[in-house]
Write a protein that binds this ligand. Structure first.
Ligand SMILES: [Zn+2]
Length: 86
């Protein structure tokens, strides 16, 4: 049997346990997914909240950098049109 790679809980460092194993068909092969959770239910709840917060933060950073790209383009166009008016 293949050993499931274990990683400790990011919050308390306790070795996590497998809560769910499911198979997923990808193209012609079946991959086995495992979900690891902290054995401490309350701790896992906090980890879930932390994960959600960090994904929200990631989305915010992403939209900010997209906005920056738009701003840069606008600034570039403004500079160009200034140059052309001379
Ligand atoms: Zn934990």
């Amino acid at each position: 049997m293949k050993k499931i790679p274990n990683s400790p809980c990011i919050r308390c460092g306790t070795e996590r346990v497998v809560s769910k194993i499911w198979e997923e068909k990808v193209d012609d092969s079946v991959i086995v997914n495992t979900e690891l959770v902290c054995p401490d239910v309350e701790c896992q709840k906090k980890v879930n909240i932390m994960n959600k917060k960090s994904s929200d933060k990631y989305a915010a950073i992403k939209s900010r950098s997209e906005q920056r790209a738009v701003d840069r383009k606008a600034a570039l166009n403004a500079r160009k049109s200034k140059k052309n008016s001379h």
